[in-house]
Design a protein around this ligand. Structure first.
Ligand code: IMP
Ligand code: MG
Length: 179
């Protein structure tokens, strides 16, 4: 696995700093509010686990799993729910926690879907952002680290199901990424 890495783009120390900063902001913004953090599986689980521990107010946590039709490296924007929430978000504040916003299509669909359940608010927090790839306009309320238009893995992000366990954000050698 380590032999497939081309370079480290964002290291674990930089990630930890950003997570701390986001946790602080979220804790202050949602003070005295009923917050449900919704982790988007699978990619968001490592970020969510770190972020939660930087949040100092009581929070409820749940997970949703969506699959976007498309190839391994491009999303089509059509999302299908694989696993829905267990928690009822009606009358609560929702914070969607994603690994990375690329075209923005997945989150747009997810936000629209969760908004139909009458939450008090739905906001978005992402660990990484590739704004240069955006296809639609979407407001990122808590933006993590901006990354260039390169395919990245690690810290929850995968290529064909692998590399999620790399602690740093890395690019892969071109020979590893096929088609
Ligand atoms: P979007 O709908 O194009 O914004 O898709 C975002 C999702 O695609 C992310 O949550 C990732 O799961 C996946 N994705 C987009 N770019 C990358 C990447 O560079 N590496 C790994 N996954 C990616
Ligand atoms: Mg994802």
């Amino acid at each position: 696995m380590l032999g497939d890495i081309e370079k480290i783009l964002v290291d674990r120390r930089q990630i930890a700093e950003k997570v701390k900063e986001l946790g602080k902001r979220i804790s202050s913004d949602y003070k005295d509010k009923q917050l449900v953090i919704v982790g988007v599986l699978k990619g968001g689980f490592i970020f969510l686990a770190d972020l939660m521990r930087e949040i100092t107010i009581p929070v409820d946590v749940d997970f949703i799993s969506v699959s976007s039709y498309g190839s391994a490296t491009e999303s089509s924007g059509v999302v299908r729910i694989i696993k829905d929430l267990d928690v009822d978000i009606t009358g609560k504040h929702v914070l969607i926690v994603e690994d990375l916003v690329d075209t923005g299509l997945t989150l747009k669909h997810l936000k629209e879907l969760l908004s139909t359940r009458k939450p008090l608010s739905v906001k978005i927090c992402t660990a990484f952002d590739k704004p240069s790839r955006r296809k639609i306009e979407i407001e990122i309320d808590y933006e993590g680290i901006v990354v260039p238009d390169e395919f990245i893995v690690g810290y929850g992000l995968d290529y064909a199901g692998k590399y999620r366990n790399l602690p740093d954000i890395c690019t892969l050698k071109p020979s590893v990424i096929k088609g």
